[in-house]
Write a protein that binds this ligand. Structure first.
Ligand code: BTN
Length: 321
């Protein structure tokens, strides 16, 4: 993207109303023809720019591919994340985030169009095709006691659920780390930490969200159990708009995580939770329990009544529907 093109995108992105060609030319100190040419070039690159005579230009939609300039433009509004590192292809954004974190002392994000070795929890593979989703690691640098970390995932799940709720009414959290719609998985995340024995000073949270994935793009074994936001809503998801809202919600819930306790958001979490009143399979280590979740505790652990009549308290588990 040329400098003019980027400057035009920046003005249009920041403006709530249409901006005339004349105003753009004056603001950027270039000719009307140069504005016109740059707008044309941007349209070629996949920007949807509306032009209305006597009013001017409005930026309707960003292009499909991730662009470092645009991501960093969006991050200018973030109080939390100062920088975005954007790649065409990585093995995993988690690996790159870990390397970059050695030289960064403030929070940042890593985003990749493709991951060739994306990973999920329990060493599962995470399918990460181009154009379809959001494969991102967020690196946070808190200074917290280890015991506080136990609720981190619960707050992040809320940030994800709230973002998706903007697009679809009935979003669910499958405790602790998955987001579901209509009993199909849409998103998951994993959290990797660094610190000393009882103090944490780095969290790398890897988030995968299927946005515009079509059913036949999922690995065959997942086609019955995975979904994307576009499949569920029937509409194309502008990944930049989604990203912007997600960053805002991560910031909101990260602040809550740092400054309040899980009990303050427990009822919000329970409203999204899909585990209650249905028999599910809970696996924690070698322990397998079929049972119904009955309640959550203030520390975020889950109470499950097993089919054997016993009560189990799970700190974390893999839950199968
Ligand atoms: C899960 O549901 O098991 C967690 C999936 C996490 C996938 C994301 S995609 C971005 C980041 N990089 C990875 O390799 N994994 C996470």
């Amino acid at each position: 993207m040329s400098k003019y093109e980027y400057d035009i995108v920046k003005v249009l992105y920041r403006s709530e109303t249409a901006v005339s060609g004349q105003k753009l030319a004056e603001q950027l100190n270039i000719s009307r023809t140069a504005v016109w040419k740059a707008i044309d070039a941007l349209k070629e690159k996949g920007y949807h720019i509306n032009s209305v005579s006597n009013k001017g230009y409005t930026l309707i939609q960003f292009p499909k591919r991730w662009d470092a300039h645009l991501i960093n433009l969006i991050l200018e509004d973030s109080q939390l994340f100062q920088k975005g590192f954007i790649y065409e292809s990585l093995t995993s954004t988690q690996d790159e985030a870990e390397k970059l974190a050695l030289n960064e002392s403030i929070p940042f994000i890593v985003l990749s169009e493709v991951q060739t070795d994306g990973r999920g929890r329990f060493r599962r593979n995470w399918s990460s095709l181009p154009d379809t989703g959001l494969w991102m690691s967020v690196v946070l640098k808190p200074d917290i006691a280890l015991h506080k970390l136990t609720t981190f995932n619960l707050f992040i799940a809320l940030a994800l659920a709230e973002t998706m709720h903007h697009y679809y009414e009935d979003v669910n959290i499958k405790w602790p780390n998955d987001i579901f719609i209509n009993d199909k998985k849409l998103s998951g995340f994993l959290t990797e930490i660094k610190g000393s024995q009882d103090q944490i000073n780095q969290i790398i949270c890897g988030i995968g969200i299927n946005l515009n994935t079509e059913v036949n793009q999922f690995p065959e074994a997942l086609q019955q159990t995975a979904t994307s936001l576009s499949v569920e809503t029937g509409q194309y998801i502008d990944r930049y708009q989604f990203f912007k809202l997600l960053i805002c919600n991560i910031e909101k819930y990260y602040n809550k995580f740092m400054h309040s306790e899980f009990k303050d958001v427990k009822s919000d979490y329970e409203r999204y939770a899909l585990m209650f009143d249905r028999t599910l399979k809970y696996t924690e280590g070698n322990n397998i329990v079929y049972g119904k979740a009955t309640s959550m505790n203030e520390d975020g652990t889950l109470n499950v009544t097993g089919e054997d009549g016993k009560t189990y308290r799970f700190i974390s588990a893999d839950i199968e529907l």
